[in-house]
Design a protein around this ligand. Structure first.
Ligand SMILES: NC(=O)c1ccc[n+]([C@@H]2O[C@H](COP(=O)([O-])OP(=O)(O)OC[C@H]3O[C@@H](n4cnc5c(N)ncnc54)[C@H](O)[C@@H]3O)[C@@H](O)[C@H]2O)c1
Length: 246
């Protein structure tokens, strides 16, 4: 897989799946811009993989617009790939639908749903300018199989899946492909809180039994960012080693 010379922006790149994506996409030849609210960790990842770090708060529309301008200045007005990976994915589980606070619901929706929309809006001119823009939205297979006690997160990822389909139709005429991946539970720090028995349940339920490493998900993202993946626009790929099927 080669992404040689393609400018790719990854949000939420300071840790977890995003940091792994940064490493794998850099190895594939991408010229990376990494964005995150966690500046110190984000800059360290960027230094490690040879990328350029820019701060962003996905909850803040003005911050996203400023990121758009900063990316344009850095890349010369062109972006080949956008990975909407940044999200509130930690500390949102464990409460029933009757227990979730309104504040938590709004915060998760603000970052995961509105943030994804505004990122696409901010980057669309740059993606169009590339002539072969690709967007990969990181959803979750919890939105497909209906994970309990995770409603705000599941709802947000369901929205990401729906937005992927509509955006694919709006951006398709400009040859910008939009796909979503729906990973299962990964071996990232954000899932450390999940009890060992639950990890085992997922591991045993996969068509390919065992844990799922973020590196394996990153390989799929690298493919989706490439020129050859336009045929998959609008599709949602459960990248979960066969825990649920699309
Ligand atoms: N880890 C999993 O098992 C798993 C499974 C399915 C999907 N996902 C998805 O993969 C993506 C990455 O998950 P992860 O496990 O690495 O989570 P994580 O919590 O470790 O990382 C999320 C990143 O997003 C950043 N972020 C959060 N709020 C932000 C904001 N307001 N502005 C800018 N950046 C912000 C964080 O600083 C962090 O670097 C998420 O979209 C998550 O929903 C993860």
């Amino acid at each position: 897989m080669t992404l040689d010379g393609r400018h790719v922006l990854v949000t939420g790149a300071a840790r977890g799946l995003g940091a792994v994506l940064a490493r794998v996409l850099a190895d594939a030849g991408a010229r990376l811009v990494l964005a995150d609210i966690a500046e110190e960790e984000g800059r360290a990842v960027a230094a490690d993989v040879g990328g350029h770090f820019l701060p962003v708060d996905l909850a803040d529309p003005a911050s996203i617009d400023a990121l758009g301008q900063a990316v344009a200045a850095h890349t010369g007005g062109v972006l080949h790939g956008l990975v909407n990976n940044g999200a509130i994915a930690t500390n949102v589980g464990g409460k029933t639908f009757e227990e979730i606070e309104i504040e938590t619901w709004d915060r998760v929706m603000g970052v995961n749903v509105r943030g994804t929309w505004l990122m696409v809006r901010a980057m669309a001119p740059l993606l169009r300018a590339s002539g072969s823009g690709r967007i990969v939205n990181v959803a979750s297979d919890t939105a497909i199989w209906g994970a309990p006690k995770l409603l705000s997160y599941v709802a947000s990822k369901g929205a990401v899946i729906s937005m992927t389909r509509s955006l694919a139709r709006e951006l398709g005429p400009d040859s910008v492909g939009v796909t979503a991946i729906a990973p299962g539970i990964l071996t990232t720090p954000s899932t450390d809180y999940v009890p060992e028995a639950r990890h085992r349940h997922y591991a045993d339920g996969r068509a390919v039994p065992g844990p799922h490493a973020p590196e394996e998900v990153a390989d799929t993202v690298a493919f989706l960012l490439g020129g050859g993946a336009l045929s998959l626009t609008g599709q949602v790929l459960p990248v979960n080693k066969g825990f649920v099927f699309g």
